[in-house]
Ligand binder design. Sequence first.
Ligand code: ADP
Length: 308
Amino acid sequence: MFENLKKFQADGCEGCSSTDCGSCDQAPQEPVNDQNCTHDCGSCPSAGGCGSFDPKSLLEKQNEFSDVKKVIAVVSGKGGVGKSLVTSLMTISMQRRGAVCGIMDADVTGPSIPKVFGIDAMAEGSDAGIFPLLTNTGIKTISVNNLLENASDPVLWRGPIIAGLVKQFWTDVLWGETDYLFVDMPPGTGDVALTVFQSLPIDGIIVVTSPQDLVGMIVEKAVKMAEMMDVPVLGLVENMAYLKCPHCGEEIPVFGESKTAEIAAAHGLEVLGRIPIDPKLAAACDRGLIEAFEGDWLEKAVEKVESL
Ligand code: ADP
């Protein structure tokens, strides 16, 4: 069974005279096959590369003080399209309807949730875990910026460290009773995004696009990733869809005519909302006052989440 391990010993390793390759983490692993599969994909070097891989097998458990009922991931193909804005508006809208809500800022290298909600305190912890920080209206939040001494310090960590931190946001933060946890995902489909999809029990994905985006490709990637992870895409939200003329109310398509509806239909998805470019929104984000927003652009998206 350990044939390749024996070969490893026979070849020897530079700088090592030990023969205890069995406990060496540098030793090559015995390839996993039908005979030796333990069905514990979490510790398997071949996870994801075999027919019996179960994406749900990598799920991390919540701590005993957390009872999060639904987890919604908000994704985008690239940064700057308004993913954090949509995450915030969705959470505020659900909270206004009486649900207990939280936001996990998983966009670790570009965290904007604390700024948008005007939170600059450091998160505190106890033996039981980390306490989320509350916004003015009581939304529970956690972000790397509330763990750093200086919020303007860049996060210069490699993918696995960031992914580990995001996992801890799920396992170690004391979310308590929470109806909806919205996850502001890192843009794209990289390392961290994959970890979130594998580790958290995501109930649905909202894809945020903007008209100048390569919407087709982004939607396709999101849909494929969701299929692989066995998670439903709830629909698309188009941000910066138009600018409303302050004088006559005409909707001006600043970035050209949108293709979002067409592409959504081609994938059997719904457009759950269209948010205009609105200087008031930008100002509210800048001042940490997003909870004062007015607008009903996300009614359909809210109803979709409520129907889960
Ligand atoms: P992402 O999370 O995709 O990187 P953000 O939500 O942080 O993007 O938005 C990027 C910037 O654009 C922020 O400063 C935000 O205030 C601004 N912004 C996003 N959407 C709008 C909008 N519809 N109207 C005005 N400003 C917006």
